[in-house]
Design a binder for this molecule. Sequence first.
Ligand SMILES: [Zn+2]
Length: 224
Amino acid sequence: MKRLDSVYTPTVEERVDWHLEDGIDTLYACPDAWALRHRFIHRETSEVRRARCDRWSCLYCGPRKVDMWRQVIAEAEPTLHIVLTKAGKTMEEASRALTTWVQALRRGSKGRGRGHVGARPAFQIEYLGVSEEHQNFEENGFHWHLLVKGADYIPHEHLVACWKPATKGRASVVWVSAIHNTRAIGYATKYLTKDITRAKKGHKTVVRDGLVLCVGAGGGVDGE
Ligand SMILES: [Zn+2]
């Protein structure tokens, strides 16, 4: 029999060091220090679960959160993909503009005067929004990508008519496209959630009106 002394066997310590370096540890468990020290035990079944930090930026928890959100979104079956430009320079400003816009759309309008100029019906929409920083942030700030359900069609002019005052006249450009099939949902969802795991400071999550997910600078992770 041939002896194998010439093949070097790394020590446990060395292997731990290597795996910490190549990040393989994040495949199996959340590497957060608090999470590693905690376990949850189900009172009735005695099932043991590792604790998780549940941060978007975590290599273990982040992708799992994205998957979870993708499923939630697909199940919601959104019908429209809407982009609202120039929402604001801060998350607060952008969120306020979005809320105002949604309220205006849900309220509808009788229009002005006897001729009811600018009249529009009320659209009882629900939405999921992801904020995105424009490449030229100085000029354009954040814009919103929205997946909307509750309406198969909203005339473009109504979307614009509500977005202009919501941004105090800053913005007038709105893009809208219909989501026809599950593949389109998959695409839109993938697009909307692609940046969430990207290592970036200042992720923000807000859940409001059912489903709102904001990702952008300023603020830590909250909501759930
Ligand atoms: Zn984690």
